[in-house]
Design a protein around this ligand. Structure first.
Ligand code: NDP
Ligand SMILES: CC(C)CCC[C@@H](C)[C@H]1CC=C2C3=C(CC[C@@]21C)[C@@]1(C)CC[C@H](O)C(C)(C)[C@@H]1CC3
Length: 418
């Protein structure tokens, strides 16, 4: 059967109008941030310092570098994996296989970059190229999403995502139609979610650190902290790569512009905002304050990792000794819900930890500017919206049992507050 049009799933993200607005607003915001970060006043709110001309956005060198980068990551993805994991059960009861070699890709990329730098590859040139790189990344995300949209036209109905098939081309292009688009065993969404974007994010951070060392003799403490915290976050994501198979991005959302742009452009060029800011706006950070910030990051990471690992362990094997003692409530699906441990504190303890880390990433940049706090603000909005979407999906999956969970664990993300 061919793909059906006009499926009944409720529209998200404000429907076609919201999707059209985001289609323009997301890239515009990214370029705004890139321009503002290097401007003297660094004002998040207010007009950009200037509008870049085509000669500043378009560079064949940036295109070549970006395509080389994507090809390198594809090659690393195709290397033999230490493990192959099965995804969640699909509509047709089948399961897809995914290679687990993301951490290996990170290590090999680090080795290759190290090798390149030792033979004279100018890593410091990268900060100067962020604008044209972001431009080609946006362009590739657009073209790639068009390809994905077309590919979905010939996909069987069972391959389509629950949302993203409304029949409205703009909405569907934005949300993504096919759930797990693949060519042979190459899974586009899974590949994009973790590798090219996350790894280039920490590489951009590193280049900004190298550039700061060049400019000021040595990298600042604030720059070290931002680099260290975000490397930990990316390393952790790739180390626990298998866990991404249960996120709603993989199991529920189609692959369209939102994720393609998010993964390929938004993550590397806006998540590196703090390091960009620090290069142009040096901050003096004392050791006592740095220790406090490290402690905040450690607490955030502890909650984030503890919560995610507890749920993953429980979902894999509920009688695992590490989770067997936790209180649960049964659901009609046969799966249980945890109501003690991390998941008895709030309904999304992992989001809480993630937000605490986000705060620790901004604090090294001082409190003189709002700009470095952009990530914290955006991320709060993203997680609040995501929490509401997940809640909706859980209510559908678990019905009454979910109501009971909400009664026993009344707060969503922050205990006693939200
Ligand atoms: N840095 C970034 O930009 C982003 C980071 N993230 C991070 O990604 C991670 C994954 O987030 P996300 O995909 O949203 O979802 P979660 O990992 O929070 O998973 C939600 C699912 O967990 C299961 N679940 C919920 N409550 C319970 C319970 N009490 N007991 C057992 N299972 C439960 C349900 O699925 P089921 O019952 O089917 O197992 C639910 O659908 C988070 O740590 C988040 O912070 C997310 C977005 C962006
Ligand atoms: C409005 C936006 C621009 C929409 C794009 C959102 C995406 C940038 C994010 C959606 C879910 C994500 C996840 C991670 C990165 C950001 C995106 C792609 C994640 C890979 C970060 C590292 C974590 O450890 C994780 C749990 C693996 C994350 C999974 C979700």
């Amino acid at each position: 059967t061919m793909a059906p049009q006009g499926s009944q799933a409720p529209l998200e993200f404000g429907g076609p109008l919201g999707a059209a607005a985001l289609l323009l607003l997301l890239p515009a915001t990214m370029f705004h941030l890139l321009l503002v970060a290097r401007s003297g006043p660094a004002r998040l709110l207010g007009p950009p310092p200037y509008l870049p001309g085509p000669e500043e956005l378009w560079s064949p060198r940036a295109l070549l570098l970006w395509l080389t980068w994507l090809s390198l990551q594809v090659a690393l993805y195709l290397l033999p994996a230490r493990k192959v994991a099965e995804g969640q059960e699909l509509k047709d009861k089948s399961r897809l296989c995914y290679p687990i070699n993301g951490f290996q890709a990170l290590v090999l990329t680090a080795l290759l970059v190290g090798l390149g730098v030792s033979v004279g590859l100018p890593l410091r040139a990268l900060p100067e190229m962020l604008l044209p790189l972001a431009f080609v990344a946006t362009l590739t995300a657009f073209i790639f999403s068009l390809f994905l949209y077309m590919k979905a036209l010939v996909a069987p109905a069972s391959a389509l995502a629950p949302g993203g098939n409304s029949g409205n081309p703009i909405y569907d292009f934005f949300l993504g139609r096919e759930l797990n688009p693949r060519i042979y065993s190459f899974d586009f969404k899974y590949f994009c979610e973790l590798r090219p974007g996350l790894i280039s994010w920490v590489l951009i951070n590193l280049a900004l650190l190298a550039q700061e060392a060049e400019l000021r003799g040595s990298p600042s403490l604030a720059m070290w902290l931002v680099n260290g915290f975000q490397l930990l976050y990316v390393g952790d994501a790739l180390w626990h790569e298998e866990a991404v198979l249960t996120t709603m991005d993989i199991t529920h959302d189609g692959f369209g512009f939102m994720l393609a742009f998010g993964d390929l452009a938004w993550v590397p060029f806006t998540y590196s905002l703090q390091a960009q800011f620090l290069l142009y706006h040096p901050q003096s950070l004392g050791l006592p304050m740095a220790s406090v910030i490290c402690l905040i990051n450690a607490i955030g990471y502890y909650i984030f990792r503890g919560a995610n690992s507890q749920k993953n362990t429980f979902r894999k094997n509920p009688s695992d000794p590490r989770v067997a003692g936790l209180e649960t409530i049964p659901t009609a699906t046969g799966r249980k819900l945890l109501v003690s441990g991390w998941w008895g504190m709030v309904r999304h303890p992992n989001y809480l930890g993630d937000l605490i880390m986000a705060l620790a990433w901004s604090l090294p940049c001082g409190v003189s500017h709002l700009l470095p706090y952009f990530y914290l603000l955006y991320f709060t909005a993203l997680l609040v919206h995501r929490e509401a979407r997940d809640e909706q999906q859980c209510l559908q999956k678990y019905g009454l049992a979910w109501h009971e969970y909400c009664q026993r664990v009344p707060y969503r993300i922050v205990p006693y507050i939200y």
